[in-house]
Design a protein around this ligand. Sequence first.
Ligand code: NAP
Length: 265
Amino acid sequence: MPVFGIGTWRMGESGRKRAQELDAIRHALDLGYPMIDTAEMYGDGGAEEIVGEAIAGRPGRPFIVSKVYPHNATRAGTVAACERSLKRLGIERIDLYLLHWRGGARLEETYEAFHRLRAAGKIADFGVSNFDRQDMEDAARLDKGLTGSNQVLYCLSRRGPEFDLLPWMRKRQMPLMAYSPLDQGALLGKAAVNKLAGELGCTAAQLALAWVLAQPGVVTIPKSATRARVKENLGALDVKLTPQVLAELDRAFPPPRGKQALEML
Ligand code: NAP
């Protein structure tokens, strides 16, 4: 799985913003973003349609991640939801198909459908989202530890997963996909982030993303519908954080000392 991609939450919700959103995704692809994260929930299918339009006719399409709503995640409902997503995306196979959060249908049913979809070639792999450590234990029992990924809220200002979820996943070589890596923009106003970014000669967003990327076993999907920011965010891949900078960030944003229930947006 690629380590970096563009997120699409809040895209596809308004006709007025559509052209800008489409342009941002196309720009990301032109710059070499290797992955796009979307979901049937985003814009009620509107985000998947924009992604479909952005990737149409391009050679070598990016790795596509999409998600099924929990209330659709029954045995038959998951298959039907996936078919709808494939149609909106205009592709034959989703690379990674996730259960958006736990609830709704029984996990056994969702997994049965995931296996069926994979056997039919409609998804290459599957996984979950917003699953805490205990949820992962349950999922692994159903799937003999084969779950492809778990997409969760993880960034400098929300480090809870480091206590037990991330180590559990690392042990199984399962990548954690960090969503809201900029804490939806909130991190960009933090004094420590701005000070260190200034010293390093990068932007606050690049520093926040570089920190996520510096965590072993973690990949991330910042969202932007603004051309310049799409380029800026990709620049995070070139920012190297020294042990001193990482230590300063630990002081400003301390790692968890005990179990924290997984936060969710
Ligand atoms: P995020 O990526 O942390 O932040 C996005 C926000 O920051 C947007 O308002 C964006 O504005 C702004 N932004 C982006 N780059 C910036 C930059 N360089 N400088 C200043 N502002 C910048 O938050 P997110 O969208 O919540 O998370 C990323 C993706 O993760 C989502 O889009 C979605 O694909 C996924 N996600 C998944 C779940 C889940 O439950 N599985 C939940 C939340 C998110 P502009 O667009 O105007 O540039």
